[in-house]
Ligand binder design. Structure first.
Ligand SMILES: [Ca+2]
Ligand SMILES: [Ca+2]
Length: 163
């Protein structure tokens, strides 16, 4: 099979066995694209305060194998109100990885800790579309910096009449 230098989505091929005496069943052959890189994700920090200075932390996207072609990715945050990532990043030719800034969004209300899922899709070089089946995901926890401070109770036995 001829190797295709660019990424493309899988193609389905249908075959039918038309011999008499056999049931006619469509056979599906999924042609796997071997140009889609395997992707690993690594966060500098897995827990970040919403009040951290931006960029609050960094995500490193590493591909394997390294090739002479660029690799493009589409990024998505499950909660852009808490943490944002660039929409598109590229690993340059002959490079193994790219470092992506993660921005946190500070607010002034009590909303507790949130887990935000960051999804990285290799991008189809032909269509420019994210390859949904090749996604890599990682989670980051955004902690709150608002709300009541821990209130120390200073009750003495005397105050309770127990002295
Ligand atoms: Ca805040
Ligand atoms: Ca908050």
């Amino acid at each position: 099979m001829k190797r295709n230098p660019v990424s493309a989505s899988g193609v389905s091929v249908f075959e039918r066995n038309l011999h008499l005496g056999f049931r006619v069943l469509p056979a599906t052959l999924n042609v796997t694209d071997d140009d889609t890189p395997a992707v690993t994700l690594s966060l500098d920090d897995q827990i970040v305060s919403e009040g951290a200075a931006n960029p609050a932390t960094r995500l490193t996207i590493t591909r394997s194998p390294v090739t002479g072609a660029r690799a493009r990715f589409t990024l998505q945050s499950s909660n852009p109100n808490s943490a944002t990532v660039p929409y598109n990043v590229t690993i340059d030719p002959l490079n193994a990885s790219v470092v992506v800034p993660i921005q946190v969004v500070n607010n002034g209300f009590v909303d507790g800790s949130r887990t935000v899922t960051i999804t990285v899709y290799p991008t189809d070089d032909v269509l420019g579309a994210p390859i949904l089946t090749a996604a890599a995901v990682t989670n980051i926890v955004i902690t709150d910096d608002d709300g009541p401070r821990r209130i120390g109770l200073d009750i003495r036995f005397r105050d309770l009449g127990l002295d």
